[in-house]
Write a protein that binds this ligand. Structure first.
Ligand code: C5P
Length: 297
């Protein structure tokens, strides 16, 4: 008996970052959109907790208890007073250390899979609570769709979306560490007054209308200057996508994956091909959003 759960990647269409808090985190206004690139987590009863991973980036996935999938299984088992005696197998399609919440997806996937396998009867509220303990982006990986995340990004309000948005994603040669990008944000912000992060009304309106041109005019990521400062070559990738006709270009979350909004699937294919031949990135993927959250398949 085993359970498999499919979980989407995300792109942040707005990431407004406040000043560093005393606990080291930053308050955010984080507008998440789930997109159709997926990891799959399969959980099977075993003698003890074990993780395996397959996929193009599998070699860079930690297979110990630091993996968010393992931490999710342990957290749920602890709450129920049982042993996390499972084999977790991850089929990885979301880029690793890419700013697309791949690790968070595996945490949410393992949680939903273990919950189904062990029939714990956990409520959605309890699952979201565990997700928030695991990481700021994990609750969104569970619910998917589109949502505004406040606080660390874990306090979610679902958003209405009027239509699908077509994206191209360019994966970079190396990864960027999220804490390092936030530290660089702090360094670049030194001596400046940082406003309270708030969601853009125009951006929420563009999402509600499903209007790609309006969304293109309002996309923003306060972490982008920090990601570009640590990884300057990303500006060549952004320029290649812009030249190929993307409506807007953006670093995804803390990067280094770059995201290109396009008007329709045809122009997405054109931008993807131009990026592939540009020599400015490792791989290129096309995906649209919103995509559903963690689902048993
Ligand atoms: O919550 P998560 O474990 O994903 O966060 C990883 C790191 O990213 C944190 O340790 C912190 O350095 C940074 N972070 C932050 N503010 C947030 C979310 C993450 O500073 N709202």
């Amino acid at each position: 008996m085993s359970v498999t759960v499919r979980v989407p990647a995300k792109v942040n269409v707005q990431l407004a970052v406040g000043a560093a808090r005393p606990d080291g985190f930053h308050d955010l206004a984080n507008v998440f959109l789930a997109v159709g690139l997926y990891d799959e987590v399969t959980v099977t009863p075993a003698d003890e907790l074990r993780i395996t991973c397959e996929g193009p980036d599998a070699a860079s996935v930690p297979l110990d208890r630091t993996n968010l999938a393992a931490r999710a299984a342990i957290a749920l088992a602890e709450r129920r007073g049982i042993e996390p005696a499972v084999h977790l197998h991850i089929v990885k399609d979301i880029p690793v250390a890419g700013g697309m919440a791949g690790g968070s997806a595996d945490g949410a996937g393992a949680l939903v899979a273990c919950d189904a396998l062990w029939r714990t009867g956990a409520s959605l509220a309890e699952l979201l609570d565990i997700c928030a303990e695991l990481g700021s982006d994990v609750p969104f990986s569970l619910v998917g769709g589109a949502a505004l995340g406040l606080g660390r990004g874990e306090r979610l309000t679902p958003l209405d979306i009027g239509g699908g948005f077509h994206w191209v994603f360019a994966m970079a040669e190396r990864g960027l560490s999220t804490p390092a990008v936030f530290r660089e944000f702090d360094r670049l912000a030194e001596g400046r007054e940082i406003p309270e992060p708030t969601a853009s009304a125009d951006l929420l309106d563009a999402l509600a209308k499903g209007d790609p041109d309006a969304l293109a005019a309002t996309l923003s990521n306060d972490l982008q200057p920090a990601a570009l400062s640590l990884y300057p070559e990303l500006s060549d990738t952004l320029a290649a996508g812009r030249d190929a006709g993307a409506l807007a270009t953006l670093v995804s979350g803390s990067g280094p994956t770059t995201a290109f909004l396009t008007r329709d699937p045809e122009s997405a294919a054109k931008v993807a091909e131009a990026l592939r031949v540009s020599g400015t990135c490792r791989t290129v993927r096309v995906a649209s959003g919103p995509a559903p959250g963690a689902l048993v398949v």
